[in-house]
Write a protein that binds this ligand. Structure first.
Ligand code: SF4
Length: 268
């Protein structure tokens, strides 16, 4: 947890390079090492883990923002056998379940306010919210004097909340393992949990992107653009791959903006 004494990690920005002046020295007192400059890197968490690099402060900040950090920091311990670990795992699972309920409730309220999800799984999630909304409205019509509160709505949302997993740049609605792109890529189609480390949320039908993920994608697009600018003319293969990566990030950002602004603009 010492990681979070870095001001850059809390804000999601990475400070690097030489600095002068006591303030800047203090800010740069803790920083991740630079990627080697003799290769091309997209800088995403997937690549860092492939290179056995630590997760970047930006991703950690995203996990913190997405309230995913408890899971990220404890899953290694909880997976080991032993009495205390089982208790810890139960506690983590409880927190995770509560967090998921609050997240899906927030997204349901967003849906009602015209702020929609984007990404390949957006339609499925929107249809689910529409069903819940219709149920709530039907119950209200049947008993107009009974005030429906969040608890009633949570009951309808709870099943879907149980399959929610948080990626650093997306929500994963793990409804059907056979549709999970990560499991297909890993060759483990019967796994009971998604492989977040192999997530390709721009292509998986169970992934959604929300406004809360925008900054992660924007940071990724910016970083990829910088790497592209540093590539030599002879690195055609890397350029093509990085360009596709950059274009994908820009597309995801545009989709998030469209889903969150156009829809809300349609509100009466
Ligand atoms: S690819 Fe991503 S969104 Fe799809 S199931 Fe795997 S972790 Fe979830």
């Amino acid at each position: 947890m010492m990681l979070f004494c870095c001001p850059g990690s809390a804000s999601g920005s990475v400070t690097s390079g030489s600095a002068t002046g006591s303030t800047l020295r203090q800010e740069n007192a803790w920083a991740w090492p630079q990627f080697p400059r003799d290769r091309s890197h997209c800088g995403c968490s997937e690549e860092r883990s492939r290179w056995n690099w630590p997760i970047a402060p930006g991703v950690l900040a995203a996990k913190l923002q997405l309230k995913h950090i408890a899971t990220a920091t404890t899953e290694g311990y909880a997976a080991r056998p032993g009495g205390a670990q089982a208790e810890l795992l139960a506690e983590v699972n409880k927190h995770e379940a509560d967090r998921n309920l609050q997240l899906i409730l927030a997204e349901f309220h967003n849906y009602r306010n015209g702020i929609l999800p984007s990404g390949p799984g957006a339609r499925n999630l929107t249809e689910f919210f529409a069903t819940v909304d219709a149920d709530v409205n039907a119950e209200s019509a049947a008993a107009p004097k009974v005030q429906r509160n969040d608890r009633d709505i949570l009951n309808l949302l709870s099943k879907r909340a149980k399959v929610l997993h948080l990626g650093p740049a997306n929500y994963c609605w793990f409804v059907d393992p056979s549709r999970a792109l990560c499991l297909k890529l890993a060759g483990t189609p019967t796994a009971t949990r998604p492989m977040i480390g192999m997530c390709d949320s721009a292509r998986c039908p169970q992934a959604t992107h929300h406004d809360v993920h925008r900054s992660v994608w924007a940071e990724h697009a910016e970083r990829t653009k910088i790497f592209l600018g540093q590539l030599g003319k002879t690195r055609a293969t890397e350029r093509t791959r990085l360009q596709a990566d950059h274009d994908r990030a820009v597309r995801v950002i545009a989709d998030i903006d469209t889903a969150t602004t156009t829809a809300s603009g349609d509100l009466p």
